[in-house]
Write a protein that binds this ligand. Structure first.
Ligand code: HEM
Length: 452
């Protein structure tokens, strides 16, 4: 149903109305947010006004609207209330700030994420991957059966620690994993009672959040201390870069927490989803394995090999299309705006959802089918730019995109060249609402050595 903004007499986007409808959608958001957002597009179209109890959000699904928000009129969009809960863990870091505070932060870290800096990270990415794969191989060639998410997180956590903090984090994975799970649960506002009350009230979920934050803060604090003590002198890592700018320890901690949370969780989840799709596509695995053997030529992978992994990159892009780890992200309007002909009042929340746009039937033929051929150079040219945006866009585009893509291509190529991935009969995945696209009960797979 379409309504009018009384203040401006402009047309508001269509969407559900009425207390019963709202209660139903708040409940749905607590369960499976990606499913709710997709159902909204199917019911109301490309721009939807969704009341969610205390706030109303405009959902923008069409590439033209997304481009308007991220690029053409981005000066009118700030992080807003949707990013408030990220601050529980990330404070005022690169992801959560706006304006000049953001610009200064971005300028400081940019050099760490340039092509040459990333090439220098490849050895660490390869050994973090090899440590997990060797572990699978050693089990008397039995491989591995179970949830692959913790193993993929172990790789991305360790690699991120070595490359950005000059500190291997493999040994921390067992404590960091559950703390990170609690964090990504806590970040999304689902209208639950504890989320609406002061943070000092001792609800069990609040206490869990506080404990998780302490675990992560302790780890990051130890790394800062070691750097301040000179243990990593002259290393060109993020911590030294930040300490050189005379920031307080709390500032440095916020930035480290930001890259830790924005970087390892996303890439780990993305890898696990890619394995899930590959398990159902043995011919794609074989083609990747051939490519890996040809490109690596029996040596350890090196930076110069990465551009040669063209098919692996297509597979990764397609996995991130169907399963973008950041399935939704928010903005807030500064002044009122028109998006795709619909009015959005000032100060309201706007959500962009790669998950829904990446499955839009007007943009993607057979959108639910896994098909890496969608990402040949020719096929990419034929689509509107913002029909695919797993790393965001405009000036706030993911600073770690090249790092993540390099890590994920290397890990997938190494894994598939040594193992076959199979589904476990009867195992399925069910989505749940969290800050990233996580299934409720993990991603269970069977990983078998190719030479067994
Ligand atoms: C598959 C992996 C990844 C995905 C899908 C992903 C996705 C995204 C998205 C969608 C945004 C934009 C959010 C917005 O505009 O509101 C973003 C921003 C960001 N990402 Fe990533 N990311 C990934 C990996 C990484 C890595 C490896 C790092 C760092 C090590 C990283 C650090 C950041 C930071 C710091 C921002 C904020 C940038 C800014 O606002 O200037 N991300 N990411």
């Amino acid at each position: 149903m379409t309504a009018i903004d009384i203040g401006t007499a402009r047309r508001l986007p269509p969407g559900p109305v009425g207390a019963l409808q709202i209660a139903k959608h708040v409940r749905a958001l607590r369960g499976n947010g990606p499913g709710l957002f997709e159902a909204m597009r199917q019911s109301y179209g490309d721009t939807v006004r969704l009341p969610l109890g205390l706030m109303t959000a405009t959902l923008v699904y069409h590439p033209d609207g997304i481009k308007h928000v991220l690029l053409d009129n981005n000066a009118n969009y700030v992080r807003g209330i949707g990013y408030e809960r990220f601050k529980i863990f990330m404070g005022n870091g690169l992801l959560t700030t706006d304006g000049e505070a953001w610009r200064v932060r971005r300028r400081v870290v940019n050099p760490l994420f340039h092509r040459d800096a990333i090439a220098a990270m490849v050895d660490a990415m390869v050994s973090s991957t090899a440590a997990v794969l060797d572990g699978w191989h050693r089990r008397e060639r039995a491989g591995f059966t179970g949830d692959v998410i913790p193993a993929m997180m172990r790789i991305t956590l360790d690699a991120l620690g070595r490359t950005l903090f000059d500190t291997g984090l493999d040994g921390d994975a067992e404590r960091v994993g559950p703390a990170m799970d609690t964090a990504i649960e806590a970040i999304v506002h689902r209208g639950r009672v504890p989320e609406l009350l002061p943070a000092w009230l001792p609800f069990p979920s609040t206490l869990r959040t506080v404990r998780a934050r302490k675990t992560l803060y302790d780890m990051v604090g130890r790394i800062i201390e070691a750097h301040r003590g000179g243990a990593h002198a002259d290393r060109p890592d993020l911590v030294n870069l930040l300490l050189a700018t005379d920031r307080t320890d709390a500032d440095v901690r916020d930035e480290m927490m930001t890259v830790l949370m924005a970087g390892h969780e996303t890439a780990g989840t993305g890898l696990a989803w890619a394995l899930w799709e590959l398990a159902d596509a043995p011919e794609v695995q074989d083609r990747m394995a051939d490519e890996a053997r040809r490109v690596f030529g029996g040596r350890d992978p090196a930076a110069a090999d990465v551009p040669g992994l063209t098919y692996t990159r297509m597979v990764l892009d397609e996995a991130l299309r169907l399963h973008p780890p950041i399935w939704v992200y928010p903005r807030a309007t500064v002044a009122a705006d028109d998006i795709a002909g619909w009015h959005v009042p000032a100060g309201e929340c706007v959500f962009l959802s790669p998950y829904v746009t990446h499955r839009h039937p007007d943009l993607w033929a057979a959108p639910y089918r896994f098909d890496p051929e969608r990402f040949t150079e020719a096929a990419k040219q034929d689509r509107p730019k913002y029909s695919y945006f797993p790393f965001g866009g405009g000036q706030r585009k993911c600073v770690g995109e090249m790092m993540a893509v390099t890590q994920m291509c290397l890990t997938l190529a190494m894994l598939v060249s040594r193992f076959r991935i199979r589904r476990v009969p009867g195992s399925t995945v069910t989505l749940r609402t969290a800050a990233s696209l996580r299934p409720a009960h993990g991603i269970e797979l069977r990983i078998v050595p190719r030479d067994s």
